[in-house]
Write a protein that binds this ligand. Structure first.
Ligand SMILES: C[S@@+](CC[C@H](N)C(=O)[O-])C[C@H]1O[C@@H](n2cnc3c(N)ncnc32)[C@H](O)[C@@H]1O
Length: 252
């Protein structure tokens, strides 16, 4: 299996400039339940947006950020969107837009669905990123999603700027259903619990929920998995975790 996908892994490392962005097929398979054939063809298809990834990486590098992958699973996000065909995707935490870009690429390709993102950008203190400053900060004069190439259509993007604690309740009220959720904003057990409790009544059968930085959120995600009767799936040895609610099967 590793050999079958090694080309995609090499591509991810080369284009994204970050080994951690190599797609984890075992994780994807366990989350989506789809065949390796489907996963492979979706990843091969992702080669088409190499130029956009290279452009984003160049923008990051110009702004003094060498780590491309804030969310270490950009290609997995694309693949999940292509296979799940979600109508409503909710994401908390945008920063430069690595995860948002890959989710949008999937939705644009599907010609279906909307990405609802919430982010309170945290501005870089000086014109240059300081050595001890987080690369998550936004360069001065820029805003959330600043590294997403202009040529990527934002027609399917509902980006809301502000504190998630204030904006998420309204967003959830507006949505009829949520098919995919990615938590990547404030990584505390309480905040993750707040987000999951709000979203839960709107989650559709078979929805996928992902949570980054699980090392910082303690037992919140495992408890949630138990409550909804789903198996927690950890992405290799990283602290990105996910689950899929019981429900309908994905079409291949
Ligand atoms: C880890 S970064 C997101 C990385 C992004 N998912 C990616 O793949 O590039 C976290 C983002 O969440 C924002 N954030 C942190 N706490 C927040 C909160 N309570 N409400 C809204 N945004 C928040 C930060 O300012 C930052 O932009």
């Amino acid at each position: 299996m590793t050999n079958l996908f090694s080309r995609e892994a090499l591509r991810a490392t080369r284009v994204l400039g970050d080994k951690r962005a190599r797609p984890n097929l075992t994780w994807l398979q366990s989350l989506t339940g789809t065949s390796y054939v489907s996963l492979r063809s979706t990843l091969v298809e992702a080669r088409e947006f190499e130029a956009q990834e290279a452009a984003m990486r160049a923008t990051h590098l110009r702004a003094g950020r060498s780590n491309y992958a804030q969310t270490h699973a950009p290609l997995e996000l694309y693949t999940i969107v292509r296979l799940l065909r979600p109508k409503h995707v909710v994401e908390t935490g945008v920063s430069s837009g690595v995860s948002s870009m890959h989710l949008l690429l999937g939705l644009n390709r599907n010609r279906y669905g909307v990405l609802h993102s919430i982010d309170l950008p945290q501005e870089q203190a000086a014109p240059e990123l300081a050595a001890d400053e987080s690369s998550v900060a936004v360069p001065q004069g820029k805003s959330s999603g600043w590294a997403i190439p202009r040529r990527i259509s934002r027609r399917r993007w509902d980006l809301r700027l502000g504190l998630c604690q204030n904006l998420l309740p309204t967003l959830v009220k507006e949505l009829p259903q949520i098919d995919l959720f990615i938590h990547d904003d404030l990584h505390t057990p309480e905040h993750l619990a707040f987000e999951l409790a709000l979203l839960r009544p709107k989650l559709s059968p078979g929805a996928i929920i992902l949570s980054d930085d699980a090392d910082s959120t303690g037992s919140t995600f495992p408890k949630f998995a138990q409550q909804v009767g789903a198996k927690l799936r950890q992405r290799g040895r990283t602290d990105l975790v996910g689950l899929r609610l019981p429900g309908h099967h994905l079409t291949e």
